[in-house]
Design a protein. Structure first.
Length: 293
């Protein structure tokens, strides 16, 4: 059965971006957030994403209006999910929170595939809260979803083949490339990205080089589109910290022990682009000269 209606649960940065992407590709998209202020702001925030795409020549004005009309803010979880063919959960990275949401979704959306945008948490652990584990799958988007070309599909131990095939077709219809990985700590992208990012943070901490020079080493020397420290700012240093702690715990591996510099920046509220400062100072999408510690 073809996916036509999508529900996105969570109206933060990733939830809004995923919803905007789905709507831009023709899917009727409902967005719900448990926080009323986030829910009330979602339509305007997504319209702003489309306006930015239009101003950069990525969308026509007509397409931007049509996409915005496909998005609606749902006042309840039931309103968002009950008629969806696919539900994509984009709540904060808390296993207990995600399990609570999936327990409700199992009851409210009995016909839907249940996807999670988690970047590191166990698909099996999330699926344990749902009665139909075969239709639970990881659909890991990257920030910003409208622009980033990759989606990581994470297959749990009980995810069935039909669900995998339908999600691969769905990702294709979004105009994105997919990779398929099995459920393991950090999957492929987070595990590799965090390992590189943590080592870059340790190098800053040890005074090996500046953040800008470390990033430039990977960009000019190894062909990375963006250096690991700027990427960490974009992802969110608090998100990086949470993933690193989870990987260190689950893999019992010192490579993923968070550096003290990362802990300090998060404790100070300097979590990257969304806070205006991390390893760089951010003015909108512009990264200013990095911090000198």
């Amino acid at each position: 059965m073809k996916i036509r209606r999508v529900a996105v649960i969570g109206a933060g940065t990733m939830g809004r971006g995923i919803a905007a992407l789905c709507a831009s590709r023709g899917f009727e998209t409902a967005v719900h957030d448990a926080v009323p202020a986030a829910r009330d702001a979602v339509s305007g925030a997504i319209a702003a994403l489309f306006e930015k795409a239009r101003s950069r020549g990525k969308m026509t004005e007509e397409d931007a209006r049509a996409a915005a009309a496909r998005v609606r803010a749902a006042s309840t979880l039931s309103d968002a999910a009950s008629s969806a063919d696919l539900v994509i959960e984009a709540a904060p990275e808390s296993l207990e929170l995600k399990k609570a949401i999936f327990s409700e979704l199992d009851r409210l959306a009995p016909a839907a595939i249940l996807g999670t945008n988690t970047s590191s948490l166990s698909i099996r652990g999330i699926a344990d809260a749902a009665g139909r584990r075969g239709r639970v799958i990881g659909i890991h988007f990257f920030n910003p979803p409208l622009a980033m070309p990759l989606v990581e599909i994470v297959v749990g131990p009980e995810t069935d083949r039909e669900t995998v095939d339908r999600i691969r077709a769905f990702v294709d219809s979004l105009g994105k490339e997919s990779i398929v990985v099995r459920d393991s700590p950090g999957f492929a992208t987070s595990r590799l990205g965090v390992a590189l990012g943590l080592e870059a943070i340790r190098m800053v901490e040890e005074g090996v080089a500046s953040a800008a020079d470390i990033d430039r080493a990977m960009e000019a020397g190894y062909g990375h589109a963006m250096g690991p420290l700027k990427t960490s700012d974009l992802v969110g240093l608090d998100v990086r910290l949470a993933i690193a702690e989870a990987l260190a715990r689950e893999l019992s591996d010192e490579r993923f022990r968070p550096p003290e510099l990362l802990r300090r920046l998060v404790a100070e509220g300097k979590t990257g682009k969304k806070a205006g400062e991390g390893f760089y100072r951010w003015d909108g999408n512009e990264a200013r000269p990095p911090r000198r510690d």
